[in-house]
Design a protein around this ligand. Structure first.
Ligand code: ADP
Ligand code: MG
Length: 251
């Protein structure tokens, strides 16, 4: 299911506003992610990063602004949210796997229930997705038998199985023991090599430096600055960015 407009950004967020009551969380966010681009979003806790990601597939309803995937509207009346959400994969900090289902059954659930694929076709696609994250041999394991890093890789496979055009990651390694972080980042690096378009909220600065095409620094609901990682990390232009980077690099 390719986007209808090959020249359009894979993900296009324009003028995104979101408030919770009196709290203005997003004050006009513009982000365009090109095909195969990996864009990192950094910012202090509470700056609106998760809200921004959740608005992209309308897990949160934007107050105003326009969002498009592959040129097609995500916002506005009459959008088929079910169809749109299959085009935008999402990976959260908490893996949210079903404990009573095997890894393969977790990965094939949406293929069968949402896509209506036969068990045989869903399992073939599910095995491909598990192989992509290096876990084909764990297909029959239940989440409790897997490490946190392996569970997160199953969650990534679950999203990949739907063959999304864009993947959103919300702090995918924050819940992991440090020694398990590397495997998840390696999978993300492989996905980028394979051409996936990715918008990633994460504090993995070293990975951002190595792998991101662009880094966005967000604070208090606005984009403060953005650029190639070597610029944002090496020569941040704003005090707020400098203060944030010196805080996190001290950790
Ligand atoms: P970040 O991911 O950058 O830490 P969030 O997007 O989670 O930031 O939150 C931004 C702000 O919005 C925070 O002040 C948070 O408390 C508030 N917020 C987030 N979700 C809700 C909600 N459902 N209702 C009310 N306030 C919320
Ligand atoms: Mg968050």
């Amino acid at each position: 299911m390719a986007g209808s407009d090959a020249a359009a950004p894979s993900l296009d967020v324009r003028g995104l506003h979101k408030a919770y009551g009196d709290l203005d969380v997003l004050k006009g966010i513009d982000i365009a992610v090109k095909h195969s681009e990996m864009v990192f979003v950094l910012g202090p806790s509470g700056s609106g990063k998760s809200t921004m990601l959740r608005c992209c597939n309308r897990l949160e309803e934007p107050d105003s602004g326009a969002i498009r995937v592959g040129g097609d509207p995500v916002t506005g009346a009459g959008v088929n949210l079910n169809a749109i959400r299959q085009r935008i994969g999402m990976v959260f900090q908490a893996f949210n796997l079903y404990p009573h289902l095997t890894a393969l059954a977790n990965v094939t659930l949406a293929l069968r229930k949402v896509r209506g694929m036969s068990r045989r076709d869903a399992e073939a696609r599910g095995m491909e997705a598990l192989a992509q994250v290096g876990l084909a041999e764990k297909a029959a394991s239940h989440p409790a038998e897997l490490s946190g890093g392996q569970q997160q890789r199953v969650a990534i496979a679950r999203a990949l199985a739907l063959e999304p055009e864009v993947m959103l990651f919300d702090e995918p390694t924050s819940a992991l023991d440090p020694e398990l972080v590397g495997d998840v980042l390696e999978v993300m690096r492989d996905m980028k090599k394979a051409g996936m378009t990715m918008l990633v909220v994460s504090h993995e600065m070293k990975f951002a430096r190595d792998a991101a095409d662009r880094v966005i620094f967000m604070d208090k609901g606005v984009i403060v600055e953005q650029g190639p990682p070597e610029d944002v990390f090496g020569a941040p232009r704003h005090d707020r960015t400098r203060a944030f980077l010196s805080r996190v690099s001290g950790q």
